[in-house]
Design a protein around this ligand. Sequence first.
Ligand code: XMP
Length: 509
Amino acid sequence: MTNNQIVLFDFGSQTTHLISRRLKDLGIQVKIVDPGIKVKEIKDLKPSGIILSGGPASVYDKKAPTADPELLNLNIPVLGICYGWQLIAKLMGGKVVSGQKEYGPANLQINQSNLLLKEIDSFSRVWLSHGDTVIKLPQGFKLLAKTKDVKTAAVANFEKKIYGLQFHPEVEHTQFGKTILKNFVKEICGLKTRRRIIKVEKLIQEIKKTVGKQKVICAVSGGVDSTVTAVLIAKAIGKNVYPVYIDSGLMRQGTKEELISIFQPLLQRKPVLINAQKLFLSRLKGITDPEEKRKIIGNLYIKLFNQEAKKIKNISFLAQGTIYSDVIESQGSKKAAKIKSHHNVGGLPKKMHLKLLEPLRYYYKDEVRLIAKKLGLPRSMVNKQPFPGPGQAIRILGEITAERLKKQHQADQIVLEELKKAGWLEKVFQSFPVLTNTKSTAVKGDSRFYGEVVALRVYDSADIMTTNWTRLPYELLQKICSRIVNEVPEVSRVVYDITTKPPATMEWE
Ligand code: XMP
C-alpha cells in the first residue's frame, strides 16, 4: 500500500520547488527530502512515486550530491529531471559527459508513444538548462524523445518504471510541462489528481490561532504580498495589527497614498508612516555593490521597524509579506546556489525578540493574487506588478544619489503611464527602466551630448522562476523611448532588454 504522496529529492535546482508547486496544483501531496536520506526512511514513507530534481552540480564533481542506488530497485516509479536523470544514468551504468552548457528552448521530437509523453504534440517547445548530457543509456532504457542537439531528451526503462528527462517540465517555457508531470503521477504512479483550492478563511483562522490576543507589527511596502499579509492579519485580529510603512524614497511614487486608502477603511486609522528618505540616501552614499545595497537597505528596514516596535506596547510578532519564491531564491533549498539575498528573508536578528509571522511563506505570486481577489482588494492592487524590497536602489546601477533617484522615478513613471495608456500595464508581469551607469553619445540641440543609457525591461511570467520578454508593439516602445530621452535629464538612449530568465535574472542587480 502506498500513501498517495510523491517524494521529491532536492538536488538544489532553482526550480525544485516549482515541481512541488505543479504537483500541489494537481492535489498531490509532496514531501521534499534531502538526497542523503536513507532508503529505509523512503520505504517507511510509502511513496507512490519518486522524483529526482535538477541541480547545479555535475555528477562527476567531487562533492556532487548523490542518492542510494537501492532507490532504483524499490519497484516505485522514478522520474529523474536533468541532474536527477544524469544521476540515474550514472548509478545504473550509463555514460554522462560534461558538454557545452546549454540554456534555452528546443523542440521535442517524440520517437515512441508512451505514458509519460501522452497527449504531447510532437515538436512542442521544451526548456533546457544543463551542462552535462547522457551519451550512453544504461541497460534496459529506451529513447522516447529527442531534440536537435540532445538524443536522450526523454528516456524510460518501462520494466522498472524509471523515466528520465533532460529538459525541465516544471518551468513555464516547457509547453506541455504540466501535462508531463500529470502523466507521471496519474498514468505511471496511479494517483488521482484534482484542483487545489485555496481557503482564505482557513488562513485567517490559522493567524488567529497563532497570534491570539497578542499584537503584531506588520511591514508593508505597498506591494500585493505585504498588503495581503496585513489585510489577512487585520481580518484575523482587527486593531491589534499595526501596519508600518517605511518611506525610504525607493518605492514607486504614490505608494504611501495608496496604502492609506486601503488601510484606513479596514482599521479606521492610517498605517504608521516613517519618513526615512534622507536616512536611506545617506547610508547608500558611495555604495555600488548590489549585495551591499541589499544588506544596507535590509538592515536599515529592520532597525527602523525595531525602533517602531519598541514604541508600541506588548508587540509580540513582526509580520512580513515573504512569499515562496523569495524563500527559494534566497537559498531556501540546501543544495541550491545562492543567487541574491532578498532582504525580507532569513529571519530576524535574535535581539529583536519578536516572533516572525509570514502567512504567505508557502504561496506563489499567482496564488497571492487569488487571495487578494478573494479578500476584495481593489483590482489595481490585485494585479499590481511586484516591486522588489530594495526598490529603485537595485534598478540604479552604481551609486544612488538624489539626482539619479529622481531620474529613475521620472523614467519609471513614464514607463508606467505609457503602458497603462496602451492597455499593457496589467498584461505584463513587471516593467521598469534601469539606469545602467553607462554613457553613450547622442546629439541634443545640435551639439554632442554624452549621457546615461537607460535599459527598459518588460516581461511576462506566471511563477517568477521563469520569464520571457514581452513583445510590446514597436510604436509603444518608440513612445516610451522618445519620452525618456526627451523628458529625463542626462539620458542619451534607451535599449530594450530581451533576455529570458533563466539565464538572466529579472532585475539587473
Ligand atoms: P530576480 O531579479 O531575482 O527577481 O529574477 C525575481 C523577483 O524578485 C524581485 N526581487 C526582489 N524582491 N527583495 C525583494 O523583495 C530583493 O532583494 C529582490 N530582488 C529581486 C524581482 O523584482 C522579481 O519580482
